[in-house]
Design a protein around this ligand. Structure first.
Ligand SMILES: Cc1cc2nc3c(=O)[nH]c(=O)nc-3n(C[C@H](O)[C@H](O)[C@H](O)COP(=O)(O)OP(=O)(O)OC[C@H]3O[C@@H](n4cnc5c(N)ncnc54)[C@H](O)[C@@H]3O)c2cc1C
Length: 462
């Protein structure tokens, strides 16, 4: 009899966790299973979003999740998420991180940008370190890797998965498949269809983001797989329009104001910590601001904020001028309106500036007459030089994807499709806003579950 074969599609965190877990499970049970991981990118580029992700994970410590984790995550989904799924995630997170540590990845607990918020841990070296360690360990465990190898469709016979057709025309045998090919943010037509007109021109936040073109979602859907998650939802962040860096976020906007080209404010820059406002803000920039660009305007007191550099990931210095008129001219903003906007804003900054505290919501609100309001960090913009950052919205990942159960099985009419698993961004579990620092954790936790389940399936135990 031919050796059972598991094919994993995608070499991000989810695919690697699945591959390594499956190879280990096969080894432990002394089963002879072939595990092959294919990726459509070259070896140097494979790794999708994972390769470019700082990979913060919402945990109190590597062995501990916050007691409020499930409640907080469900709140981010406004109650639309599957509570059992996030409970499983919380239960499995410490064991999964311990497993990653056992494969040579170290974790630390750095300050997250500037603002406080839920505690987060991070692999030392971020996504690239995680990727390198898991590839090496998976190879050592016997996983075969193939690059420049794009999956095109899933083959099935008598209701069972039997192979994967590749874009080049080749077919590879597969008795089970783990789909881990990411979301659809790199697919202009899908972005337009699900997120709306204009979404196809949205900047992709990192070079790896472009590889997620919804292939796995399409392949499983062709087999009748159920779809899930918020199809209009995506995680997006404000980035420096001029920067060539990956994810050049500029997260100091709460300490000043943001105007569009007409020189007008349009939202409460201090409505919450940056991870609570950035998604809505980035979306507004792209879909509503004239020319899809806005400008953060701050004064030189930024430099007195300890660690402010952590909140700016752009390599390009801000525009800088001694008068607002000069700054407006440099940035291409209507100078007269900007002067009026700043004057109105400054007049509304009536709170005690001594209570200004950049790392938490400080309650230093502008006068209630200010429109839009400013709920925190409302200090006058008065001390030159004045600084300006042009910002655009950049997408990191989409929320709509495949419906999966607690065992990472892909569902069809609510029942598992035998031999088909999925994990990571390809799965649809987020709604409304992304729960902060959860995407990477879910890719690892459910990737590992998918790998183990697939190995069990191939051993004939399911
Ligand atoms: C800049 C940035 C910062 C982030 N920061 C954080 C953070 O701090 N915390 C957090 O929790 N999350 C963060 N995220 C999100 C997180 O990194 C991702 O959710 C996670 O890496 C997704 O892993 P994945 O395995 O699902 O997909 P990916 O890592 O995107 O991997 C998908 C892989 O599938 C391959 N592929 C696609 N189509 C095919 C095909 N047809 N055939 C074969 N292969 C295919 C791609 O080439 C790619 O290698 C961030 C993301 C980015 C981009």
């Amino acid at each position: 009899m031919a050796r059972p074969t598991l094919v994993i599609i995608g070499q991000g965190a989810a695919g690697l966790a699945a591959a390594l877990a499956a190879a280990e499970a096969a080894h432990e049970s002394e089963r002879d299973i072939i595990v092959t991981l294919i990726d459509k990118a070259s070896e140097q580029e494979a790794g999708g979003n994972t390769r470019w992700s700082p990979s913060y994970m919402r945990m109190a410590a590597p062995d501990r999740i916050e007691p409020s984790f499930v409640r907080d995550v469900m709140q981010a989904t406004r109650g639309a998420g599957d509570e059992r799924y996030f409970t499983r995630l919380a239960e499995q997170a410490p064991a999964t991180v311990a497993w990653i540590v056992s494969h040579g990845v170290k974790f630390h607990q750095p300050t997250y940008y500037l603002a406080k918020g839920p505690p987060r841990i991070q692999p030392v070296g971020g996504g690239p370190a995680l990727l390198a360690a898991l590839v090496e360990e998976a190879k050592r465990a016997g996983v075969a890797f193939r690059y420049r190898c794009a999956a095109q469709s899933l083959l099935h016979e008598d209701g069972r998965i039997c192979g994967v057709a590749l874009a080049g025309g080749e077919t590879i045998r597969a008795d089970a498949v783990v789909l881990a090919s990411g979301g659809f943010q790199g697919n202009g037509a899908m972005m337009r269809e699900h997120i709306g007109a204009g979404a196809e021109t949205m900047r992709l936040i990192s070079p790896g983001t472009s590889f997620a073109t919804g292939d796995g979602i399409r392949m499983a859907h062709a087999l009748g797989a159920d779809l899930s998650g918020d199809w209009n939802g995506m995680h997006a962040e404000p980035v420096d329009a001029r920067s060539k860096n990956s994810a050049p976020v500029v997260l100091v906007y709460p300490y000043g104001i943001v105007v569009d080209r007409t020189g007008r404010r349009f939202f409460d820059e201090g409505a919450g910590l940056v991870h609570e406002t950035w998604e809505h803000f980035a979306r507004h920039i792209h879909f509503k601001a004239p020319d899809s660009i806005v400008f953060a305007i701050i004064d030189s007191r930024l430099f007195a904020i300890e660690g402010y550099e952590r909140a700016i990931r752009s390599e390009v210095p801000p525009a800088r001028a001694n008068t607002l008129a000069e700054l407006a001219a440099q940035l291409g903003i209507d100078g007269k309106t900007l002067a009026q906007t700043v004057a109105d804003y400054n007049a509304a900054c009536i709170g005690d500036e001594k209570t200004f505290e950049p790392t938490r919501c400080d309650g230093l609100a502008a006068a209630p007459t200010l429109r839009p309001s400013k709920s925190n960090w409302a200090r006058a913009i008065a001390r030159p030089p004045f600084l300006g950052y042009p910002l655009v919205g950049a997408v990191a990942y989409t929320f709509g994807g495949l419906a999966t159960d607690l065992r990472a099985r892909v569902l069809r009419n609510g029942a598992p499709i035998p031999g088909l698993y999925a994990a990571g961004e390809i799965t649809g579990h987020f709604h409304h806003t992304a729960p902060n620092a959860v995407a990477m954790l879910r890719a690892l936790v459910f990737g590992r579950i998918a790998g183990r389940e697939a190995a069990e399936f191939l051993a004939g135990n399911h």
